[in-house]
Design a protein around this ligand. Structure first.
Ligand SMILES: Nc1ncnc2c1ncn2[C@@H]1O[C@H](COP(=O)(O)OP(=O)(O)OP(=O)(O)O)[C@@H](O)[C@H]1O
Length: 604
C-alpha cells in the first residue's frame, strides 16, 4: 500500500552498496585531484577575496621572517658595538613589524572565513537542491540520517578546514621558501646543519599521515552510520516501545557508538603524535644549531647575531613543516567530506535533458498501460510488474485489488513517475509518459494516502500544500468540501492551529480529511487514493466517504481499494497477483467469472 507522499516507500531498507566505494578507492589519487578541482570551482566565485587573503599571507610570512633578522642584525651591529641608539631603533621597528604582522593575520582570517562560509553555504544549498532532484529509488537504498550527515557533518568539515587549513598551508610553504632563502644567503654551512633533521621529519610525517588518512575516513563513515541509526530510532520510537525493543536498540547503538569511539580515538591519537614528534625534532634541531653554530663562531666563521637568527629560523623552519603535516590530516578529512558531498551531487537526477523540454498539456486523464514490466532492482529476474496492459478513460474509477505484495502500489508509482517502467509503454492522454514533464505531470495529480504526511505548520499551510497560490478563502472552501471544516473550527486556533511534525495530536480520520482537503485544493485530473485499512469511527468514516465521492467526481481515479462499496462502484477493477493482472472487469463481471476475485469476495 502507498504509505505517504514524502516517504511513501519505506520498505525494508537496503544496505548501502559498498562496491562503488571499493572501485573509487582504486582511483583515489585521481578522485582527490578532481575533488580539489571541484572545490576550486566553488572557491573561485570569491577569487577577489582570495587574492586579498593571499596578499595578507605573503605579508604576514614576510614580516614573520623580518623579526628574527632584525634581532640578529641588532646584536651584530648595535649590541656588539654598544650603540644604544640602535637598540631604540630595534624596539621601534620590531613594534611596527609585529603590529603589521598581527593586522595581516587578522585580515587574512577574516576574509578567509567569509570565503569559506560562502563556499559551504553554496555546497549545502546545492546538496539540498540535489536531494529534491533525485529519484525516489535513490532514497530507497540509503539511510536518511546518513544523508543528513552529509549536509551537516561533511559540509562542516569542509568549512572548518577552509577556515584554517587553506591559509596555514600557503603560509607554511611561503615561510619555508623565505626562511631557506635567507638562511642560504646568511650562511650556507649553517643552513646545511639546520637541514640535517629534515629527512627524519619527512619519514615521521609520512608514517603518521599514511595511517591517519584512513582512520579519518573511517571515523567519518562511522559517524554517518551512527547518525543514520539515530534518525531511524527516533522516527521509530513508538514501534520500539510497542515491542519493548529498547534494550536491543540501546545495545545496537552502543555497538555503533563504540565503533565511532574506536576510529575517533585512533585518528585523534595518531594525528596527535605529529606535534609532539615535531616538537622533539625541533628542539634537537635547535640544539644542533646552537652547538655547531657556537663552534663556527669560535672559529670566526659566523657572528653571534647569525647564530641567533638561525636558532630562531630553525624553529620557524620546523613549525611550517609541522603545520603542513597537521594540515595534511585536516585536508584529508575535508577532502573525504567533500568527496561524500560530490558523490551525491554526481548522482543521476530525475529530470533529464529530454524531459526538461517536455510539455504537459492540460490533461484529460486518459491512462493506458501497454505491456508494462518493471522491477525495482535491475538485476532482478522476477518482475514486480509483469506485462501489464489496461486502459482508463478520463473520469473513470479504477480499483486495484489483490493480495499484499501483488504490486498495487508499484503500479501507482509508475503512473506518478516515481519510477520508470523497464519495458512497455505508459501513455497519458495518448502521449508516452516519458515525454511529459515530470513536475508538471505531478501537478495535475493528487494523492490521498493512508498515512498522510503533515508538516510542522498551521492547518492552513498544510492544506495549502495542495496549491501554494491558493487564497485563505479557497483553502477554507476546500476544507468545507472535504468535510474537514467542522473539526478545524473546534481546534484551539482553528485554521491557525499549529500541527506538530507528522501530525501528532491529530486523529487518523482527521488526517484523512485534511489530505482530502489538500487534494480538493489541488484540483487534479488524476487522483490516487489508498483506502485506509485501519478502522475509523462510523461518523468520520461516513464523512470521509462523502468527501471522497465529491473529490473523485469527474477525475480519473486509481484507488487501492479495500472496501466492497468502493470496489462495487468502480468502472473497472484490476485484480493483481504477483505483478500480473489476472482478472479485469466490473464487480458483476468478475463475480460471474468465478475466478480469483469471486473467491476473494467469498473469503471476505
Ligand atoms: N522500493 C522498493 N524497493 C524494492 N522492492 C520493493 C519496493 N517497494 C515494493 N517492493 C516490492 O515489490 C513488491 C510489490 O510491492 P507493492 O507495495 O507494490 O505491493 P502492494 O500490492 O501494494 O502490497 P500491499 O497491499 O501490502 O501494500 C513487493 O514484493 C515489495 O516487497
Amino acid at each position: 500500500m502507498l504509505k505517504q507522499l514524502t516517504s511513501p516507500f519505506k520498505y525494508e531498507r537496503l544496505k548501502i552498496n559498498n562496491q562503488a566505494g571499493i572501485e573509487a578507492k582504486k582511483d583515489r589519487k585521481k578522485v582527490n585531484l578532481s575533488t580539489l578541482k571541484r572545490l576550486w570551482v566553488y572557491l573561485s566565485e570569491k577569487r577577489m577575496l582570495l587574492c586579498l587573503v593571499l596578499l595578507m599571507v605573503v605579508l604576514s610570512s614576510g614580516l614573520g621572517l623580518l623579526g628574527p633578522y632584525l634581532i640578529g642584525h641588532t646584536i651584530d651591529h648595535f649590541i656588539v658595538t654598544k650603540e644604544i641608539n640602535g637598540l631604540f631603533l630595534l624596539l621601534v621597528s620590531l613594534t611596527v613589524v609585529f603590529a603589521f604582522h598581527s593586522l595581516s593575520l587578522f585580515l587574512q582570517n577574516y576574509w578567509m572565513i567569509s570565503v569559506s562560509q560562502f563556499t559551504v553555504n553554496r555546497m549545502r544549498s546545492d546538496l539540498f537542491r540535489q536531494f529534491h532532484q533525485l529519484p525516489i529509488a535513490f532514497f530507497d537504498k540509503r539511510q536518511h540520517g546518513e544523508l543528513m550527515s552529509r549536509v551537516t557533518n561533511d559540509i562542516e568539515n569542509v568549512s572548518s578546514t577552509l577556515n584554517s587549513s587553506f591559509i596555514q598551508v600557503i603560509s607554511s610553504v611561503l615561510t619555508l621558501i623565505g626562511t631557506v632563502t635567507v638562511m642560504v644567503i646568511l650562511s650556507p654551512l649553517l643552513t646545511l646543519v639546520t637541514m640535517i633533521i629534515i629527512p627524519l621529519m619527512v619519514i615521521g610525517m609520512k608514517w603518521i599521515t599514511k595511517r591517519t588518512g584512513k582512520l579519518f575516513k573511517q571515523q567519518q563513515q562511522n559517524l554517518g552510520e551512527l547518525n543514520g541509526y539515530i534518525e531511524e530510532i527516533i522516527s521509530g520510537q513508538k514501534m520500539i516501545k510497542a515491542y519493548s525493543q529498547e534494550e536491543k536498540v540501546i545495545s545496537q547503538f552502543v555497538g555503533k557508538s563504540n565503533q565511532l569511539k574506536l576510529s575517533g580515538f585512533w585518528a585523534q591519537t595518531i594525528s596527535g603524535f605529529i606535534p609532539k614528534v615535531m616538537n622533539m625534532l625541533n628542539n634537537i634541531s635547535f640544539a644542533i644549531v646552537a652547538a655547531i653554530g657556537g663552534l663556527l663562531a669560535l672559529n670566526g666563521l659566523v657572528t653571534i647575531g647569525i647564530i641567533v637568527i638561525f636558532a630562531e629560523y630553525a624553529r620557524q623552519f620546523t613549525r611550517p613543516l609541522n603545520d603542513l603535516a597537521n594540515q595534511f590530516n585536516t585536508l584529508l578529512s575535508a577532502i573525504a567530506g567533500a568527496e561524500r558531498v560530490f558523490d551525491i551531487l554526481d548522482e543521476e537526477k530525475e529530470i533529464n535533458e529530454f524531459e526538461a523540454n517536455g510539455v504537459v498539456p492540460s490533461l484529460q486523464g486518459e491512462v493506458e498501460f501497454s505491456n508494462v514490466s518493471f522491477s525495482y532492482d535491475d538485476g532482478d529476474d522476477k518482475q514486480t510488474i509483469e506485462n501489464v496492459s489496461f486502459h482508463a478513460s478520463p473520469g473513470e474509477t479504477i480499483a486495484l485489488v489483490g493480495p499484499t505484495g501483488a504490486g498495487k502500489t508499484t503500479l501507482i508509482n509508475l503512473i506518478s513517475r516515481f519510477y520508470d517502467a523497464n519495458q512497455g509503454e505508459i501513455f497519458i492522454d495518448r502521449l508516452p509518459i516519458g515525454q511529459l514533464n515530470r513536475d508538471e505531470l505531478r501537478k495535475q495529480m493528487a494523492f490521498v494516502l493512508q498515512d498522510t504526511f503533515l508538516f510542522h505548520g498551521t492547518v492552513l499551510e498544510n492544506i495549502r500544500y495542495g496549491r501554494l497560490d491558493a487564497t485563505d478563502e479557497e483553502v477554507i472552501e476546500a476544507a468545507k468540501l472535504a468535510n474537514a471544516h467542522f473539526f478545524i473550527q473546534k481546534l484551539p486556533n482553528q485554521y491557525k492551529t499549529i500541527i506538530s511534525y507528522d501530525g501528532n495530536g491529530i486523529s487518523h480520520g482527521q488526517k484523512q480529511l485534511l489530505a482530502i482537503a489538500r487534494a480538493m485544493l489541488a484540483n487534479p485530473t488524476i487522483l490516487i487514493l489508498d483506502e485506509a485499512t485501519s478502522s475509523i469511527d462510523t461518523i468520520t468514516e461516513l464523512r470521509i466517504q462523502d468527501a471522497l465521492a465529491r473529490l473523485m467526481k469527474g477525475r480519473t481515479t486509481f484507488v487501492i481499494a479495500h472496501r466492497l462499496n468502493t470496489i462495487k462502484k468502480a468502472d473497472q477493477i484490476l485484480v493483481l497477483k504477483e505483478g500480473k493482472i489476472i482478472e479485469k472487469g466490473t464487480h458483476e463481471e468478475l463475480l460471474q467469472l468465478k475466478g480469483f476475485y469471486s473467491e476473494m469476495q467469498h473469503k471476505n
